[in-house]
Design a protein around this ligand. Sequence first.
Ligand SMILES: [Zn+2]
Length: 482
Amino acid sequence: MVRRSPFREIVSNTAFEYYRTWLRECEAFHACVQRNNTPRLPTRVINVGSLNTNSVPKLHLSKKGEKGRYAALSYCWGRQQDFTTTVKTLHERIQGFGVDVLPKTISDAIIVAQRLDIQYLWVDSLCIIQDSAPDKIREISKMGDTYRKATVTIAAASARGVTEGFLFDRLPDDPSLPFYLSHSTSGTISFSTVANSDGRNDPLSTRGWAFQEFVLSPRVILFDKFQATWHCSENLCKEVVPSYLRYNVGPRLTYSYVKRNGQTASDADSWRSIIRDYASSDLTFFEDRLTAISGVVKDLAKVWRDDYLAGFWRNSLVHLLSWKRKTDKYINFQHLRSKGRIGSPSWSWKTAPFGIYLNPVDEPVIELIDCHVTLLSPFAPFGEVIEGVLTLRGKIFPIPDGTEVKGNGNNWVQYNLDYDSVKLDNSMRLLLLGDGSNGPLALIIRELENGRFERIGLYEQRYGISDNSTLENGSDQIIIME
Ligand SMILES: [Zn+2]
C-alpha cells in the first residue's frame, strides 16, 4: 500500500512540470489557436522578470505591433484595490515594483508566469489606468481580444478577493480513519465522495465578467478550491492531481471551436447553453449584463452571420423566448433593491435580475415579423440596449378560469410569473409559442396603454392534460411587444 500525501500538490515542481508540458503540447500540436502565431501584446503588460536573476516586475508599454507570449489573469477584485496604476503612478510602475507590495493574487500570478517561462502578464488593475476614463473605455472594449489572444489565462477561481491568493497546496476535506495491518504497521484510509464539485461554486464562477474571460481564453489553468485543472479545446479538463472529483465541462467556445463547430452546430442549442450559464452569474453593475458577454457575441456574430437582438439571435429568437425565472437562485444581484424588471425590453432575459431556466420551443407556431433594438451606443453594437420592439404573428388566448392543475399524475399546467410583485389576473393573455419537450409553451402577456404588450411570465402545459381546451382555436394576430 502506498501512502499518498494528504495534500493535493498543485504548486510543486512536479505540478509545474505538468503545466509546462500541457502548454507545450497545446502550442505545438493542438488547433486551439492558430499555430506559430505569437500574439500582439496588449497596450500595457507587466514584464514579470525572471526567477533566476533578481529583476523586479515592471509595467511595460508595448510598442506598436510588438509581439510576445503573455498570460492573462482572471480573478475577483473583492473590495477596491489599493495597488493599481493611475495617471500619477504610471511612471513609478514602469520603473518596477517588488512582488511583496502586490496583492497576493497578483503576485501569485506573476510567479505562475515566471515558472511557465512566459515573459508578460496582463492584469486589469495594473495594465489599465484606473483613474482615466478614456483609457478605461478604450481598454475595456479590447478586453475580449486580450483574453482571446493570451498564451494562457490564469484563473484564480478559489479566491474571493485580490488579497487572498491561490498558489498553495489544497487540503482535501475528505474524512479519514486509522488503518491497522499488524501491530507494527498502520496507515490511514481516506474516503472521497465521487460527485464532489464541478468547481462552479467557486467565487470566480459567480462573477459575470469571468464567464467571457473563461470562454474566450484558448487555454486556462484554473486554480479552484480543490485543485488545479487545465482547459483547452482538445483537453477539455485535465487534473493535475488525479481525483474522483467530477468536473462538469461543456465544449469550450474558443476560436477554434467556433470555427470548427459554429456553422454546423445548432445555433439555438449553443446560445441556450451560453445564456443559461451566464445569466446565473453576478455583476457589480447590472447595466453591464449585455456588455460583459459582448466579446463572446462578437466572435459568434462573425461565424453565425446573424443579427444580435438584446441577448438573442434573429434565427433562433422564437425558440428561446421561453425562458423562466430560476426560483432557487434568487441570490443573484442581491445588492439591487429592485426585484422587478430593470430596463427594457420585457421579452429579454437581460432585464430580469435573476438566473434563468430555458426549455426551448422545439416546434414554434409563432412567426417573427420584425425586431428592432435601440443601442445605448452605436460604438458598442453588441452592448447595452435601451429598447427593443418585437413584432410577432401568433395566437392569443384568454387565461382560463382557475389556475390550478386539472387532470392528474403527470398532467399539469404551470404559470411562472417573472416577478413576485405581479399577480396573475384576467386582463392577461397567453401567447402560444409552440411545443417544448414537455408540451405547449406560451408567454403570459399584458396589454399596455399604447396597444403593445409586455411579458409577465411563462405558461407551461404538460402533454396529456385531460382538459386540453386552453390552447385550442384562436386566430392569428399581429402582436407588438416591448
Ligand atoms: Zn490545446
